[in-house]
Design a protein around this ligand. Sequence first.
Ligand code: HEC
Length: 231
Amino acid sequence: MRILSTKAIGTAAAFTTVIAFGLIVGSQRGRADSDNSEESKIQTGFAIAPVPLNLKGKNRSLVGLGSYIVNAQGDCNGCHSQGPPSEFVFGGIPYFGQHPTKVNPAVYLGGGDDFGTLDPGGLSAHIITRNLTPDKDGVPEGGVSFEKFLQVMRHGTDFDGWHPTCTGALGPYCVPPPFDGSLLQIMPWPIYANMTDHDLRAIYEYLSAIPCLEGDPGNPAGTDTHGHRCK
Ligand code: HEC
């Protein structure tokens, strides 16, 4: 009995060592980690974040998970930067066959990619991605509350009202019916709507930790309604 239990303890200890070693190797490997636990996503999230993160007063686990969702799954920056020519820095442009991929921090999640108009004639409003970076106080999207962010991600509400539905002739500040100008266009909110509250909270927390970029792309008035001032 005694011998058996000692052996069992020995086996358990060896097993634990193997697991511990696996965890260390796994964390070093970052994205190659094979287990799908939240902890490994958090670790990968920190490993792949392309900008320095300000964790002061933030929930660290949510920031890491948010980074994983934004940078490994949601590809928010694929649209919320200024388009293919500047999304990556030279030497790290994956589409040129350059490795490793290096995201351009100067435009990261700052918005400005112009998707053109929704009418084939090009007469109506251009749909342009917006600045998701925080304001000087670290509040995402230039100062948008989590409640509003949730409403955007679940229902596509455009709180800015920058492109109402055209009522008469098409013009550069409205979108052509049957598109509903009170809703965000092109932005994949109908898909993101399926995320859990926890995941959306993680994205929001991550967006509070990234550096601020000035500017308010997509705003037809050209003014800064979102308070995207970094100082
Ligand atoms: C396929 C391109 C695309 C992707 C991917 C995308 N977005 Fe967007 N997003 C847009 C566009 C375009 C707009 C502006 C739409 C408009 O003006 O009608 C927008 C608007 C937004 C807004 C509203 C901002 C505001 O100031 O009102 C938020 C918030 C947002 N996106 C968050 C995200 C997040 C978070 C992700 C990743 C999980 C993401 N987006 C990924 C295209 C995209």
